[in-house]
Design a protein around this ligand. Structure first.
Ligand code: BES
Ligand code: MN
Ligand code: MN
Length: 461
């Protein structure tokens, strides 16, 4: 077991630290917002930039087009007889709006108080780039990697990874490996590294309510015409019962209860509801009765409204009966729910209870399967050793409420364990204004990953 990060690699990363920070700055300046077609050229530029950097450090790199944004595939296969590890990350980012809430502009990275602020700093360009730099350290210092490596970076994670699973299916032979490693999540607390055993899945859809052909005077027509905003509110109000459970018939049919040992492990983590409440800034916490906060986020499914639109929302008052109402709704899923099953249940429920006098349409947006992994096996231990070497503390096992759709696909198609070692932190503002990555976690993360390659090199394939 390594007690510390190998000195040759650590010293390379020390010596080159300023250059590495400059490169990360350049990567973060590219607004690779996958959801926005006006950023298609920028997203492409981010793929090109990443590919050029992978080539420069000594990987054999290809930019593979998809029907959406391209996949960057970079390989090093110079360790015959050694294991092959696939590293996954995403170079696309979420839209940065609302821009006025950023302290510094989202695509002009700025370090304040040990935090690097920029869209994509933690999700996921910073975490992806620290992998590139760990590989560079090995190749530059030793001229080789201890294992074979496939680095796969996609540009569509933030829009549902639609073209990735088909790509993995199609190229399963080329992507054959012994384990996958992903850094696209957070540590449980500062100084406390984490390895994940669960991610929730996602079923995302939109509800559109159509009433009268156009907006109406709410005095001349109100009371005699069904109001789409009220119809939508009534539908949404049926989604939960008073105990915070999802009240849609069949919703929990395939939900597995988690083993007591996992629930005990979750309860043993250092966590304070009050601290969490203060961090999110809400007056009180709430959720499904009978479960702790962490259990609610990691082990239980949800149904949330993500956006609402209807009627007049400008300054002052306007007496209007809106013609339309719209809600974006997503359910977080846990094993063994599937996005198709849940979306179908939700759609049937919405159509069944829709008030007469309006038309209701449910449209699929995207989805992803939930994932649970066994936190054991040689690669898992290699990762735990590497994290301990770099952070000076053994990792804790945690779940995550968020989704990385491809994780379940890797496990299913490639049949290998997926190691999720993230270097974000609570409060990192992913998807929100003022997203940041801890500069310390970025640099320690590079060292942890560099140590991981040595650990993996000791395993047989
Ligand atoms: N990196 C996140 C996933 C994540 C979130 C991991 C929170 C750990 C904690 C990823 O980029 C993401 O945002 N996923 C989306 C799903 C996607 C289909 C849009 C999500 O979870 O909303
Ligand atoms: Mn991400
Ligand atoms: Mn994200």
């Amino acid at each position: 077991m390594t007690a510390t990060v190998p000195a040759d690699l650590a010293s390379f990363l020390d010596v080159h630290d300023a250059r590495i920070q400059r490169e990360l700055d350049a990567f973060l300046r590219i607004p690779s917002v996958s959801a926005r077609s006006e950023h298609d050229a920028d997203t492409r530029r981010a793929a090109d930039w990443l590919a050029a950097e992978c080539t420069r450090i000594g990987l054999t790199t290809e930019i593979i087009p998809t029907a959406g944004h391209p996949i960057v595939l970079a390989e090093w296969r110079g360790a015959p007889g050694k294991p092959t590890v696939l590293v996954y990350g995403h170079y696309d980012v979420q839209p940065a709006e609302p821009l006025e809430l950023w302290t510094s502009p989202p695509f002009e990275p700025q370090v304040r108080d040990g935090k690097l602020y920029a869209r994509g700093s933690v999700d996921d360009k910073g975490q992806l780039y620290l992998h590139v730099k760990a590989l560079e350290a090995h190749l530059a210092v030793r001229g080789a990697l201890p294992v074979n490596v496939i680095l796969l970076a996609e540009g569509e994670e933030e829009v549902g990874s639609e073209h990735l699973a088909p790509f993995v299916e199609q190229h399963a032979k080329r992507l054959a490996c012994d384990a996958c490693v992903i850094s696209d999540s957070a540590m449980f607390a500062p100084g406390l590294p984490s390895l994940l055993f669960a991610l929730r899945g996602l079923a995302y859809f939109q509800i559109d309510i159509d009433g009268p052909a156009q907006d109406l005077h709410s005095g001349s027509y109100g009371g005699a015409v069904i109001n789409p905003a009220m119809a939508l509110a009534r539908i949404l109000a049926t989604f939960h019962d008073a105990d915070g459970r999802v009240a849609v018939p069949g919703f929990y049919d395939n939900v597995k209860t988690w083993e007591d040992r996992v629930r005990d492990r979750i309860r043993a983590l250092p966590f304070s509801d009050e601290h969490f409440r203060a961090e999110v800034g809400a007056p009180a916490l709430g959720g499904e009765k009978g479960f702790s906060t962490l259990e609610r986020i990691w082990t239980r499914p949800t149904c949330e409204v993500n956006g609402l639109l209807s009627g007049y929302t400008g300054e002052g008052a306007k007496t209007v009966l809106p013609a339309k109402a719209m809600a974006k709704v997503s359910c977080r899923l846990v094993p063994d729910q599937t996005p198709a099953e849940i979306e179908q249940l939700m759609q049937a429920h919405v159509e069944r209870i829709a008030p007469k006098g309006v038309n209701v349409k449910v449209t699929h947006l995207h989805g992803g399967n939930p994932w649970r992994g066994e936190p054991e096996g040689p690669f898992f231990h290699a990762a735990a050793n590497a994290l301990e070497a770099a952070f000076g503390k053994a990792p804790v096992l945690t779940g995550e409420g968020g989704s990385i759709p491809v994780v379940g696909d890797f496990q299913r198609i490639l049949g290998v364990p997926v190691i999720l070692m993230g270097f974000g932190l609570p409060g990192e503002n992913a998807h929100a204004p003022d997203e940041w990555i801890s500069v310390g976690n970025f640099t320690t993360g590079m060292r942890a990953v560099a140590a991981f390659w040595d650990e993996a090199g000791r395993l047989s394939s």
